[in-house]
Each structure stands twice: as structure tokens, then as C-alpha cells.
Ligand binder design. Structure first.
Ligand code: GLC
Length: 482
């Protein structure tokens, strides 16, 4: 697997969670999965000891050879190679957001393929995640067409979020050695500095493509969700597979989570009240056991539904509920949330930062978890929330539609509250049903238990990926015969 993020070494979101836990599930099924990650300067060798290979890594870039190093994390649960470069990764505090990101990830992707060769390891499948390694299927396809690597690996591309595609100028094709016009970029489509689209190359050339839920796999074939790539996605005759993510149910376990004030389980929910009190205290909210506490842990971006939040805040406050928001993102949302918190200090608390331990305390201490996303490829927050007895309020889109069942007060079936139209009134309608149900402790406990009993482990998804790998290997065969 080639990925730009992997917990607990370097991550900013769900991609990192997936890459940090899926390999272990696949290895349990017998696959020799190994992962390559850029050797970011932010990976602290005192926390994660690293062995560096003495031999220099030689990577061809811009028609010349650039040097790097291959490291390996010593105590990772699966072999984890770090592709290092003094120029591209060593001295940079962040993972992304640099003007040379295109060159950085070309170097990483090419370096990862080189590293496998240096290590004498020949994978059957190269599994690329998101745009960062999107050129890899193109390289492998090109080599195969030239007969150079008829027995080379099959390629799989997983799209975690179509909104991020990796747009760069045409010089990137030169850097990547892909100037043979095999994939003509559309000159009318975009400005010259963004004409090359890494993800589009991956979609066009990978032997199999998937995304992280069935609903999102269908949605991205339409113009309203396709982010400009729906036509290219529809062209793939084998379709786009949908495989719903799992979560790491070993580290994400309310019965063992050390970040919580009190551990609890589906058999004994009582201690959970202590987490709520501790969270209220930590965030400076009044410690009131009966006030429903709504939590949100999110990138603060419009597509996560943040623009629906501000209009519902006064109504949440009016109902006597509390709101706790954790995350960073768009400065406009920082501003709006800070205003809400200073206007309603007894009801609204915001923490504008990246703070994984606090995230755990919000999952384990609040009563309802808000995810009003405009689009959501899979979403992991609702899965963690359910596992922690926190009842999700979600919009029926992408993976949220596939993983949360709307509560029916007549039959008592369901695991959360679901709304459909992207509109603050509909969002508040779902919250209000939640607040009403919260007043009936038996119904509420049933809801919590149903969510906690959902199997969100990687077992099913890992089998799905093994199938996808076989399909990718099969689809490569005709080319080999030819
Ligand atoms: C991205 C998506 C999210 C998904 C995650 C892991 O962060 O936005 O929906 O769960 O990737 O696949």
C-alpha cells in the first residue's frame, strides 16, 4: 500500500485511520501487506524508532536521478517503510500544503516502487490510496504496455474523498516521466497550473477502483457528486466497487480506552455518566447529568455540513441542550463557532484544535454525535460514536446512509437519527427527534445498545479488499496474453 497518512505516525483524518488498521486485518487473512509512507519530519524517532537502510534510494525525477533513503519503523504492527528525502520531507512540519506537493508525491510514489525492488520484494498488487499515489497505476500500465513488466503487479486505487484530486501544472508530467501523451489532459478544462490531475490518472489506469461505501460509489457517477470526474468514472467498464470502512476495534474500545474517565460496555452502561460529567467539567460547561450533550468532531469545512450548524445552535440552546465541537479548518467556521461559544457559554463549548485524546472523550461522554455532511465517502466518526454508545445524528449521504439506521419509535429499531434534505430545518428536525427520545431512558438505552452492537470491525471489509485484489489480478490477464 502506498499512502500519505498512517496512524499513529502521521495523519490528519480518516485516510490515516484506514491505512493504520486495514493492513493488520488483511495480514490476519494471510496477505503479506506492507505499507510505504513518506518519511515526514514530524515523525519523532524518539517515539517511533526507525532503522534506516544504508543504501541510498535512487529515484528518477525530471529525467535525472535524485537521492533519498528508505527507513523502516521498528515496532509497527505491519512492515512500514518510510520514503525519505532531505529536499521533500525532512524539514517540513506539515504533511501537505507546500507549493511543491506534486513533486513531493511523485518522489514518494516512485521511491516506494524503487524501495520494493531494493528490498527484493515483489508485490502482486500495488494498492494506492487517494491522489498522492495516483500516477502509480499509469506508470505500471505504461511499463506493461511496453512489455517491460508483463508479470508486474496489478494496481488498485481506493478513493477516500473525490474532493481532493491533486491538480498540478504540466511540468509534473515531465517530472513523472509521463510525457508520451497517453492521457491527454484537457486544455480547455483548467488553467495551465492545474491541468494535470493525479487522481484522474489513477482512475483511468488502475486495474480496479473502489471507494469507501456503496452509496458513495453510486453517487460519484453523477455530476452532482462526481467533482468533475463522473464521466471518467462511468467509463470504467468494471464499475467502482464500494467497500465500507471498518475501525480498529481493539484501540477503539470503550471497555479499555485509557482516555476515558470511566470504562463501560454494552453490558454495563452505568459508568458512562462519569465520562459525561468529566467532559462537561473539562470544557467548562455546567455539569448537568440530564442536559443532553451533543458532540461533534470534524474537519470544520462546508462539506462536513458546518454551514448547517450555525443556524441550529440557537434552537439547541433553547431546548436546554449542550454542544461540544472539536476540530480545525475553515477560519470562517472558527469565527462562527467562537461567537456561538461566547454568546452561550453555558451551552456551547468549542476546541479549535487537533486533539485525538479529547476526541475520544467526546465520543465516550456526549449523548449524540452530529454529522450533517453534504457528502461523506464513508465517515468514521459515526462508527466510533456508535461503538461508544453515542447516538449519531446524520444526513443520509455516502457511508452515513449505509451505516446508520434511522430510529423508529414504534418498533424501537435503529441506531441513530437520519435526515435527508441538506437544510438546517431538516437537520434540526432529526436533532429534535433525538432530544425527544432522550427523555425516555429505556428507549435511549435500547438505541445506545443497538449502536454498540453493530460490527464495525475490519473483518468484512478486509475480505472485500482481498476479492478486489483478485479481480485486479484477473483483469490484468488479457493484457499479459496480448
Ligand atoms: C476521508 C473521507 C471519509 C472517509 C475517510 C476514510 O476522510 O472524507 O468519509 O471515512 O476518508 O476512508
Amino acid at each position: 500500500m502506498l499512502a500519505a497518512e498512517c496512524t499513529p505516525y502521521a495523519w490528519t483524518g480518516g485516510l490515516g485511520d484506514v491505512v493504520g488498521s486495514l493492513p493488520t486485518a488483511l495480514r490476519k487473512l494471510g496477505a503479506d501487506v506492507r505499507v510505504a509512507l513518506p518519511h515526514y519530519g514530524s515523525i519523532d524517532p524518539a517515539v517511533h524508532p526507525i532503522t534506516t537502510n544504508d543504501a541510498a534510494l535512487r529515484v528518477s525525477m525530471n529525467g535525472a536521478v535524485e537521492q533519498g533513503q528508505v527507513g523502516q519503523v521498528e515496532q509497527s504492527p505491519f512492515p512500514l517503510y518510510l520514503i525519505g528525502s532531505d529536499d521533500y520531507f525532512a524539514d517540513r512540519p506539515d504533511l501537505y500544503g507546500y507549493p511543491d506537493d506534486g513533486h513531493r508525491f511523485v518522489f514518494f510514489s516512485r521511491g516506494a516502487l524503487e524501495a520494493a525492488q531494493t528490498l527484493g520484494w515483489r508485490p502482486d498488487v500495488v494498492h494506492c490510496h487517494d491522489w498522492h499515489s495516483g500516477l502509480v497505476p499509469n506508470w505500471i500500465h505504461a511499463a506493461r504496455s511496453k512489455g517491460a513488466q508483463a508479470n508486474g503487479p496489478a494496481t488498485v486505487l481506493t478513493i477516500h474523498n473525490l474532493a481532493y484530486q491533486g491538480h498540478f501544472g504540466e511540468e509534473l508530467l515531465h517530472a513523472a516521466g509521463l510525457t508520451d501523451g497517453e492521457f491527454p489532459e484537457d486544455p480547455a478544462d483548467s488553467d495551465p497550473s492545474a491541468r494535470v490531475n493525479f487522481l484522474a490518472h489513477g482512475i483511468r489506469f488502475a486495474d480496479a477502483v473502489n471507494t469507501v461505501s456503496d452509496t458513495y460509489a453510486r453517487q460519484i457517477l453523477t455530476p452532482s457528486y462526481g467533482e468533475g470526474l463522473d464521466a471518467l468514472l462511468r467509463e470504467r467498464r468494471d464499475g467502482i466497487a464500494g467497500i465500507v470502512n471498518g475501525i480498529d476495534t481493539v484501540t477503539l474500545d470503550p471497555a479499555r480506552d485509557l482516555h476515558l474517565a470511566a470504562n463501560f460496555s454494552v453490558r454495563d452502561l452505568t459508568p458512562r455518566a462519569r465520562n459525561k460529567a468529566a467532559l462537561q467539567r473539562e470544557l467548562g460547561l455546567p455539569v448537568e447529568a440530564d442536559a443532553p450533550l451533543l458532540g461533534m468532531v470534524s474537519r470544520l469545512a462546508d462539506h462536513k455540513g458546518l454551514d448547517l450548524l450555525a443556524p441550529v445552535v440557537p434552537h439547541i440552546v433553547e431546548r436546554g441542550a449542550q454542544l461540544a465541537v472539536l476540530g480545525t479548518g475553515d477560519p470562517r467556521h472558527h469565527e462562527l463557532l467562537s461567537q456561538a461559544a461566547s454568546r452561550h457559554p453555558d451551552h456551547v463549548a468549542v476546541a479549535l484544535r487537533f486533539d485525538p485524546p479529547l476526541a475520544q472523550r467526546i465520543y465516550g461522554g456526549s449523548d449524540m454525535f452530529l454529522m450533517p455532511s453534504r457528502h461523506e465517502p464513508c465517515g468514521l466518526g459515526q462508527l466510533i460514536a456508535m461503538r461508544y454508545g453515542n447516538v449519531p445524528v446524520v444526513r443520509a449521504t455516502g457511508g452515513l446512509a449505509d451505516t446508520v439506521a434511522d430510529f423508529d419509535a414504534r418498533t424501537m429499531h435503529g441506531t441513530g437519527f437520519v435526515f435527508h434534505r441538506y437544510d438546517p430545518i431538516d437537520f434540526f428536525g432529526a436533532i429534535a427527534r433525538g432530544l425527544e427520545t432522550y427523555r425516555y431512558p429505556d428507549a435511549w438505552r435500547a438505541l445506545m445498545r443497538q449502536g454498540m452492537s453493530r460490527d464495525s470491525s475490519w473483518n468484512a471489509a478486509a475480505r472485500g479488499y482481498l476479492d478486489l485484489y483478485s479481480r485486479a489480478l484477473d483483469s490484468r490477464r488479457p493484457a499479459r496474453v496480448a
